[in-house]
Design a binder for this molecule. Structure first.
Ligand SMILES: NC(=O)c1ccc[n+]([C@@H]2O[C@H](COP(=O)([O-])OP(=O)(O)OC[C@H]3O[C@@H](n4cnc5c(N)ncnc54)[C@H](OP(=O)(O)O)[C@@H]3O)[C@@H](O)[C@H]2O)c1
Length: 325
């Protein structure tokens, strides 16, 4: 039986990875702080990675596979130091944000990385991922897979970004919806496609680096698909970058944002090469299926709830009104 240690396993992506390993017959142990359960069938070892003895209960074991999703360089370095030598294979979940620049469309995994973060530096996500990758490479060498996901989407997404669109079109019904009017690209990966790809890395003991995301598409195509899945029949109000910025609408994420809308000066961000992902057997669920699951999740949470990302419906209607649309 394959013995798998998931550093995490109680959250979104790491929970899906733990479940996928269980579905393939592995014995799975999750290490987390203990406030949330591990998936049914997995063991939970309670440990806080901020503490020195976090790995004491799992360090003597010879793991076939260790999966780490942390974005804290100190956590990743300590785990790799404590467990790396005895692990047969290690899969680290990095991010497409690890790259130094987003200025070249279609760039592959050889693009330059952000400077690795140093201890004591102010937290920077790209630099944190870069330092974490370096720790994994140093400890595990050719036993390590480093996977760099793009925007992870689907049901259960705690960031509230992708689900905003299908949820908003459903909430608006026959009313208006505000969308970015200046064309941008989008590149997303379904959480379950990603979990399968990550587990495949471990099963195959694959080593290397892979971007893991979907095909690059116009954002307007994604929004059109979200509208169709939601059955929206109202007006679509397309606002220019200048109009959205004039109304203090933020790019990409967070409150008062239009999720997935990117600044124009990041042509490389949603156009990364996925050749390695495809060559190594990575798959893509049809976008419609991902949107249907995202909509079910949105409905279960409540379409009018306070969101971590997006415009409130009253703010959206007031901007539409101010635009005279
Ligand atoms: N969301 C995206 O679109 C996106 C895009 C690209 C890359 N990524 C990357 O994908 C990865 C997965 O993201 P996620 O948010 O879904 O993660 P997640 O599965 O929620 O994993 C975080 C896990 O770490 C555990 N954890 C956190 N702090 C801990 C501590 N101090 N000690 C022990 N365990 C701790 C959490 O458990 P407890 O809280 O129960 O302790 C949880 O199980 C991240 O590396 C992220 O950078 C995400």
């Amino acid at each position: 039986m394959t013995d798998v240690l998931v550093l995490g396993g109680t959250g979104w992506l790491s929970g899906r990875v733990a479940r996928e390993w269980l579905a393939r017959g592995a014995r799975v142990t999750c290490l987390a702080r203990g406030g949330r359960p591990a998936p049914d069938g997995a063991a939970l070892v309670v440990g806080d990675r901020e503490t020195r003895d976090a790995y004491a209960a799992v360090a003597a074991h010879e793991w076939d596979e260790v999966v780490d999703v942390s974005s804290m360089p100190s956590h990743v370095a300590q785990a790799a130091g404590a467990l790396g030598e005895r692990a047969r294979h290690w899969t680290y979940v990095s991010s497409l944000s690890v790259y130094a620049a987003d200025d070249v469309a279609g760039a592959d995994e050889s693009a330059a990385l952000a400077e690795p973060a140093l201890p004591g530096d102010a937290y920077d996500y790209a630099r944190a991922k870069s330092a974490a990758e370096a720790s994994v490479r140093a400890a595990c060498g050719d036993r390590a897979a480093v996977v760099r996901p793009g925007l992870i989407v689907g049901d259960g997404d705690p960031t509230d970004r992708f689900g905003y669109w299908v949820g908003r079109f459903a909430l608006a019904a026959d009313g208006p919806v505000l969308v970015p009017g200046d064309e941008r690209r989008s590149q997303v990966i379904d959480v379950d496609d990603l979990a399968r790809f990550l587990v495949d890395r471990g099963e195959k003991r694959w080593h290397g680096v892979a971007n893991a995301t979907g095909p690059s598409a116009p954002l307007s195509d994604v929004l059109r698909a979200a509208r169709a899945v939601a059955g929206h029949t109202g007006t679509v109000v397309a606002a220019s970058d200048a109009d959205l910025l004039a109304h203090d609408v933020a790019y990409w994420m967070g409150p008062r944002s239009l999720p997935l809308w990117l600044p124009a000066d990041m042509p490389g961000f949603a156009t990364r090469s996925i050749e390695t992902y495809l060559r190594e057997g990575g798959q893509h669920a049809p976008l419609t299926e991902t949107l249907e699951r995202a909509l079910a999740h949105e409905r279960a949470l409540g379409l009018e709830r306070e969101r971590r990302a997006g415009l409130t419906r009253p703010d959206e209607l007031s901007i539409i009104d101010a635009l005279g649309a």
